[in-house]
Design a protein around this ligand. Structure first.
Ligand code: SF4
Ligand code: SF4
Length: 388
């Protein structure tokens, strides 16, 4: 374990840029903490925290200079590994087919041919690292690999920021995906604010990470710093605004297909798909073909879709999930039950985004609790407005 002084954190960014990485990290835009390309430690959300609760997100100012003093914003890392819109192939009308005499075409820019720099994800929360690993199982570990995801993921470097600032909608501790990540990263940082000037405890989790850390200005961590980091993470685990009881959850949901709660929730749900767009593990997509106005260029594009749209489950003549109830139930059942059958883990990592960004404040933790404990009329209101 080594310690990087706040003023030396830039040497980590410099080391990454020297190696050609496109650095992506949390940064402030439009009064939210989003993920974007940065060049400097000063681009991080210095001294910013947040308030999150059901259907509510507000940035605020902290009383310190923390760079990782918030949980997660509306963006998830999946957008960089699995872009929202991706051209799979492009064809241009060109010449004449020798066999048929019809207009011919040339294939351009098939997916996979694009040159893109390797990405370094800096400030990945443990719940979000767990989400990336969920996507790895989907895109890399089945009988077929998603080639674009595989290419980007194999080159991506992950710098975790262990979580010391959970929000009111977080529940990763109960999903066993945080607030600290034991492995799966290249470098892990823990921000320590309590031992004097802000420092970052750093450890490597891969050869790549170790090689980069050798290039960063740092010193061995003191035992006081290591204890303070452990205390900060332990405190975070106890300050999460929400909780899910995993005991028998997958089986309980499977037995509750006809539960009255689905219908009740569907009366509030707008089928807007926000929850699936912000969710770091949702990966549904559709494919569409387009042509330009002159009918010269045709494209096949893949774009994110959602189990909340009617078209997504349209099969020869109609949708197999025509009601809002069936679509909402499908979403939760996949996250909390059938994902376990498919991949051996839950599809939810407890990041809380779907609760914060649902416009009507539907809360996945309350929904599963209502199904698990039908005798409870109204589920205990969660703690709100936990500050980062
Ligand atoms: S279901 Fe909600 S809490 Fe769970 S990972 Fe997705 S967005 Fe986060
Ligand atoms: S649960 Fe909320 S965010 Fe999701 S589709 Fe329904 S209204 Fe939209």
């Amino acid at each position: 374990m080594v310690t990087i002084q706040r003023n030396d954190l830039q040497t980590l960014f410099d080391a990454l840029e020297r190696r050609g990485y496109r650095i992506i990290s949390p940064t402030v835009r439009d009064e939210a903490i989003i993920l974007d390309t940065v060049h400097s430690a000063d681009d991080l959300p210095k001294g910013r925290g947040e308030e999150q609760s059901a259907a509510r997100y507000r940035l605020n100012r902290r009383e310190d200079d923390a760079l990782f003093g918030y949980a997660v914003g509306p963006h998830a890392w999946k957008q960089f590994l699995y872009p929202p819109v991706q051209t799979l192939l492009q064809a241009r009308r060109e010449g004449t087919s020798r066999s048929s005499g019809e207009p011919g075409f040339a294939l351009l820019n098939p997916e996979g041919a694009d040159e893109e720099p390797a990405m370094a994800f800096v400030g990945v929360r443990p719940c979000d690292l767990a989400a990336i690993r969920r996507l790895d199982a989907v895109f890399l570990q089945g009988p077929f690999q998603e080639p674009g995801y595989a290419r980007r993921r194999s080159r991506a470097l992950v710098v975790v920021a262990q979580c010391t600032a959970p929000s009111g909608t977080c529940f990763c501790a109960s999903m066993n995906t945080g607030p600290s990540a034991p492995d799966g990263f290249d470098i892990a940082l823990t921000e320590v604010l309590s031992t004097g000037p802000t420092v970052y405890l750093a450890e490597s989790g891969s050869e790549r990470g170790a090689e980069i850390l050798r290039d960063v200005t740092c010193r061995p961590s003191t035992s006081e710093e290591i204890s303070a980091a452990a205390r900060a993470i332990e405190s975070a685990a106890g300050r999460m605004g929400r909780h899910v009881d995993l005991d028998g959850l997958s089986e309980t949901l499977r037995r509750s297909i006809e539960h009255v709660r689905w219908q009740q929730t569907a009366q509030r749900c707008l089928s807007c798909a926000n929850c699936t767009m912000v969710c770091p593990t949702c990966f549904c997509s559709t494919v569409e073909d387009t042509t330009d106005l002159t009918a010269t260029i045709a494209e096949r594009r893949r774009r994110w879709d959602s189990c909340f749209t009617l078209d997504y489950s349209y099969i020869h003549g109609g949708s197999v999930r025509p009601s809002g109830m069936s679509r909402y139930r499908q979403w939760i059942m996949h996250k909390m039950s059938t994902w376990v059958d498919q991949y051996g883990t839950y599809g939810c990592t407890g990041c809380g985004r779907c609760i914060t960004w649902c416009p009507v404040g539907i809360d996945i933790t309350q929904e599963v609790a209502a199904v698990q404990h039908p005798s409870i009329e109204s589920v205990t209101p969660p703690r709100e407005n936990v500050h980062g």
